[in-house]
Design a protein around this ligand. Structure first.
Ligand code: G3I
Length: 376
């Protein structure tokens, strides 16, 4: 089996901003993940930083062509919006909304409550042993201000992020976050009820990682804990509409996305919840091999994961945590020891589609030309 490597003149074709073609030029058609996903009634998109889209016209053209859904990678987090107590900076978030509106894309808001991305003033306030009422006011005011500002313009919100942490040894498996420490498990109800009141139009999601691999015992246990939690929240009447599965996959680990994942998704869907793959990428920090070999392996991982996930009708959207290797936080967060550029995303640094882009297309049901199929 040979590595997928587009013929030079096809790479030129592929690299044309917005004119990404697959198959032989005579029968070429645009590789357009946005339209391929929409054909199946789903959304495909990416997390973005406003400045990379605004400052790079070729990248903006790629985002416009490929994304029907946009997520602010950082612009709507607490530390971006409220850098100091009583100080609010909505400009970056407003710019993401404007980019989405300009290209007719929906927006997935990320994230209203999290134990990370807290500004120093908030961390200090939560460490100062405040009264539960004071913490409730902090959370409620923030959610009302942020979700209220974008009312009607957000398709879905990650209301609370990364809630389950079994290593914190609580019987309910909840993470001992500052929010839990101050308010107990009811902080979840408060967050979702406040978000619903602030924006009745948005689908409200719980988001988490570590739910993807069948052959990882802690992930199997986390799935069970998550299911118990979701059942409890639904039974308590919480206004929760969706589960966001982050989908941070590992390039140095064989794909193991089988009946365990499918059963988990089926049970989540049976609760009446939508499912979003909200932060999809393949971490190639520890991958060995040539660029072509790494790209082919990553594509296989993308395809196996998405084939398992998209078999569940309740999965309504897939978001890559970035669109091109030109802009990925993994460059700093998961740099390779050999110094080679990381390659976690479907489009390369030249904005050309990699085998992973074809893998995503195939998983959404696109029939690829034999040329693209050879890397299966
Ligand atoms: O914008 C400032 C810049 O002004 C400053 O000079 C620079 C130096 O400190 O920091 C910049 O902010 C950084 C921000 O990314 C934008 O680049 C923050 O320090 C840095 O902590 C932040 O990291 C983000 C991280 O979440 C924490 O919020 C990553 O970009 C982002 O990819 C990552 O995404 C998370 C999801 O939100 C939740 N799931 C896991 C995922 C990966 O960690």
């Amino acid at each position: 089996m040979t590595a997928f490597s587009p013929h030079p003149d096809r790479r030129a074709l592929l690299a044309g901003a917005g004119a990404l073609l697959v198959g032989r030029p005579a029968q070429a058609r645009p590789l357009n993940l946005r339209h391929i996903a929409a054909r199946g009634g789903r959304l495909y998109g990416a997390a973005i930083e406003p400045q990379t889209v605004e400052g790079d016209p070729a990248f903006r053209a790629l985002v416009q062509a490929q994304c029907g859904l946009l997520t602010p990678e950082n612009a709507m987090k607490w530390n971006a919006i409220a850098p100091a107590s009583g100080v609010f900076d909505f400009a970056p978030a407003d710019r993401v909304i404007a980019i989405a509106q300009a290209q007719g894309a929906a927006v997935h808001g990320h994230c209203l409550v999290w134990h990370e991305a807290m500004p120093p003033w908030l961390e200090a306030a939560l460490r100062s042993n405040p009264s539960p009422d004071a913490v409730r006011s902090l959370m409620v005011d923030h959610i009302r201000r942020v979700a209220g500002r974008y009312r009607g313009r957000i398709r879905s919100w990650d209301v609370v992020n990364e809630v389950v942490e079994r290593n914190d040894l609580r019987p309910d498996g909840l993470r001992r976050s500052p929010w839990l420490q101050a308010l107990g498990p009811d902080y979840l109800a408060l967050a979702f009820q406040t978000a619903r009141a602030a924006d009745p139009h948005a689908r409200l999601a719980l988001a988490d990682y570590g739910l993807e691999y069948d052959d990882e015992p802690w992930m199997r246990e986390k799935r069970a804990t998550m299911l118990h939690l979701l059942r409890r929240l639904k039974a308590a009447g919480l206004p929760i509409d969706a589960l966001s599965i982050q989908g941070h996959l590992l390039g140095d680990r064989p794909p193991a996305f089988g009946s365990g994942l499918r059963d988990f998704l089926r049970q989540v869907a049976a609760l009446g919840l939508e499912i979003h793959v909200s932060e999809l990428d393949v971490n190639d920090q520890k991958m060995a091999g040539s660029v072509a070999e790494r790209d082919r392996t990553s594509a296989l991982i993308y395809r196996r994961f998405l084939e398992a996930v998209l078999a569940e009708p309740a999965v309504r959207s897939v978001t890559s945590w970035g669109l091109s290797d030109r802009y990925t936080s993994k460059t700093t967060m998961f740099a390779r020891t050999d110094g080679a550029p990381v390659r976690p995303l479907p489009f390369d640094r030249d904005l050309a589609p990699k085998p992973s882009a074809f893998a995503i297309a195939a998983a959404f049901g696109e029939v690829l030309r034999p040329l693209e199929d050879e890397w299966r």
